[in-house]
Design a binder for this molecule. Structure first.
Ligand code: SAH
Ligand code: SF4
Ligand code: F3S
Length: 469
């Protein structure tokens, strides 16, 4: 049974420490309310974790700020998925040195996926002596205690997780948005794709109980959330290890049954576990968006096998085509890796062919980046980065053509959109259910509400529209 939640006693202990921190941090900030800055790198899992860190910081009495220079506490929640993500963190931490010099009481903390890799945590600790706190993804619930130790001992504090089967329930939460929100349904990953660091830094897959997820979704709807994204590295295997019979399609159905005018999204779906039941549930429920993010990674069966993805090109196309046939106006999106070790140009061309066949709405494209400790990092990788970048250029040109064609086909049609944010003066960004952004000339008061938009113009893959009805 998977009920290894952080215990209530432990949560209570952290709350007591939080109470003590209120005075300590207030005094440290020069007898005024302390400010905290949290920067998030990486995926929505990290965004959701940062919302917990922000919730805990607020309970410690901190005001959240967007300005690093004002902060008394700076937290970087890091991502390890590719080298580029890590390089950005190293660069940005380097820039904090001057702030620490100006304000010696500043507490700089680094957490998240990078910190779960021993060699990185050690490098950070050695190279950046002004970083006072380093902690991994498995100990996020102990954040108050770690802050307490760091500020009261004056010593540098480092803590990484050892138990990777835990679930955090009952932690404070500060949601970034007021009408669009994330709802983690599971943590970790068991798939061990050979290129990927996530299972190594996020631990084993574990699902939250359906009742907990549903009641959180209900609370979000009551609080006015209009767009809720259920999160997990592989939502299609939701429920594994729970002592009750359930699966992702059933959970999705239960959330869709909640009364109210809202939309449901979810990510990520692993093709090996995407079921027809899931597609049928999407098709039968208007609240579930007609958008499926279904990463295929590569079009070649040989490479897919080397990646340990456990599906074939044929199986991928079968589920993608079934989804297209059942769900009107479906947007399919995907992640693609170019230049996996040993991939040949011919194999890359199979990826191109698959893209042309499926006609994805958009793609997240990555050049393969070796990750220490993963099997792929030890595979022979004869193709140069320069060559892989050329392949990537070819792929992007193909995808741009597909996206432009799709956008042109939308002109003249009317969609129900959720108005999300100001794009620039007088122009708002709104999102269709199938996850396409439309620019609207409309007043800012509409942000956070649904309206109907007729698409008036498509410029490459940028759509403009006007409000109707
Ligand atoms: N759980 C999700 C993906 C999470 S990581 C899934 O399985 O679909 C997001 C994306 O980053 C992956 O889909 C993959 O395309 C990319 N990625 C992961 N590791 C990578 C690596 N070492 N190099 C390049 N891209 C990588
Ligand atoms: Fe990484 Fe694969 Fe797990 Fe996705 S399913 S997080 S790519 S190991
Ligand atoms: Fe990055 Fe961790 Fe997400 S490695 S992609 S932030 S799970």
């Amino acid at each position: 049974m998977n009920d290894n939640k952080i215990t209530e006693a432990e949560i209570e202990r952290q709350e007591q420490i939080t109470d003590m921190l209120r005075d300590i941090l207030f005094i440290r900030a020069g007898n005024q309310q302390p400010c905290a800055y949290v920067r998030t790198y990486g995926c929505q899992q990290n965004v959701a974790d940062s919302e917990k860190l922000k919730g805990m910081l607020e309970k410690m009495g901190c005001a959240l700020t967007e300005d690093e220079a004002k902060a008394d506490i700076i937290i970087f929640n890091t991502c390890a998925v590719r080298e580029h993500a890590e390089d950005r963190v190293f660069g940005n931490v380097g820039q904090l040195k001057a702030l620490k010099k100006k304000k010696p009481s500043l507490l700089i903390g680094l957490c998240g996926c990078m910190m779960e890799q021993q060699h990185i945590a050690e490098k950070i600790y050695k190279s950046f002596p002004y970083v006072g706190l380093v902690f991994g993804t498995h100990v996020i619930h102990k954040f108050p205690e770690l802050v307490y130790n760091a500020v009261t001992s004056g010593k540098r504090t480092i803590e990484r997780g050892y138990d990777d089967g835990e679930i955090y329930e009952g932690l404070p939460l500060h949601r970034d948005g007021s009408f669009k929100g994330w709802l983690p349904i599971m943590y970790g990953c068991d798939n061990f794709c050979t290129y990927c660091i996530v299972p190594h830094v996020r631990g084993r897959e574990r699902s939250r109980r359906p009742a907990t997820v549903i009641s959180e979704a209900r609370a979000m709807v009551s609080a006015g959330y209009k767009d809720i994204t259920l999160l997990g590295q592989n939502v299609n295997s939701y429920g594994k290890g729970l002592d009750e019979e359930t699966d992702f399609a059933s959970l999705l159905q239960s959330v869709a049954d909640i009364e109210g005018d809202f939309r449901i999204r979810f990510m990520t779906s692993h093709p090996k576990d995407a079921s027809k039941k899931l597609i049928d549930t999407m098709a039968a429920n208007e609240k579930i968006c007609n958008h499926l993010h279904l990463p295929f990674q590569c079009g070649s069966d040989r490479v897919l096998k080397k990646m340990n993805r456990r599906y074939t090109r044929e199986k991928y196309l079968e589920i993608a085509n079934y989804a297209k046939s059942r769900i009107p106006d479906l947007s399919l999106t995907s992640d693609v890796i170019v230049g996996f070790p040993g991939e040949t140009y011919d194999e890359f061309c199979e990826t191109l062919e698959l893209i042309k066949e499926v006609k994805f709405t958009s793609l997240f494209t990555f050049i393969y980046s070796p990750r220490v400790g993963t099997p792929a990092a030890g595979m022979e990788d004869p193709v140069s980065h320069e060559e892989k970048a050329k392949w990537m250029g070819e792929l992007l040109r193909v995808q741009e053509g597909i996206a432009a064609e799709r956008c042109a086909g939308m002109v003249g049609r009317t969609y129900r959109v959720l108005v999300e944010e100001q794009a620039r003066d007088g122009v708002l960004n709104a999102r269709t259910a199938n996850n396409i952004i439309v620019e609207l000339q409309a007043p800012a008061e509409l942000i956070g509400s649904f309206c109907y938009a007729e698409i008036t113009e498509a410029r490459n893959w940028i759509l403009r529209g006007k409000i109707v009805g």
